[in-house]
Design a protein around this ligand. Sequence first.
Ligand code: NI
Ligand code: MN
Length: 228
Amino acid sequence: MEITFLGHAAFLLEGGGAKVLIDPFLTGNPKASVSADEVEADAILLTHGHGDHIGDTVAIAQRTGAPVAAVVELAAELSEDLGEGHTVHSYNLGGTVNFDWGWVKLVPAWHTSTTPKGTPSIAAGLVVNIDGTTVYHLGDTALFGDLELIGRRSGPIDVAIMPIGGWYTMDRHDAVFAAELVGARQVIPCHYDTMPAIATDAEAFKADVERATTSQVVILQPGASHTP
Ligand code: NI
Ligand code: MN
């Protein structure tokens, strides 16, 4: 399995013969490493409806035909945008969607979620299993205690992808506690340095996590890939 950071909170997971795109905010993302009209996708998974996560979902889904999985209210909006023939998996917290390549489970996150069009829903994290490798994308979230429960229930987590930029999510100091609670083998930070409000020191986060936990932190520049 290969994980490519596309900038901000967008990732491409490749494995089991599939390319799984998460939170494809590319157009208007100053850190995007690929454009919306060239990124490949066999499935698109969304953590929540904010513009910096839903991003280019509709355009990419239309071009590639990729099915989309999103929480019910967000899925309803996307279904309307994509039309009747397009597969949109509408699930909710605790639910799992199975694909040929693996599965995705929607788990809690503490954050808000209203789409640019005004549809309210709820923010979530994604536990994704591809080819036997488990990746937990925490989505946008504050630090909360049930990260430990999710880590235990879905563990062992191979890679936890977590926001560290602060302001809209937990900051790098809270994220050290999040890393400790989740207990993943490896941690990839995201949702930082995209704009001044969420600038942070990823190297300091790495040092703090590796001092406090047994997790290894892998810092990816936009466009870089990592095999867990
Ligand atoms: Ni958000
Ligand atoms: Mn965000």
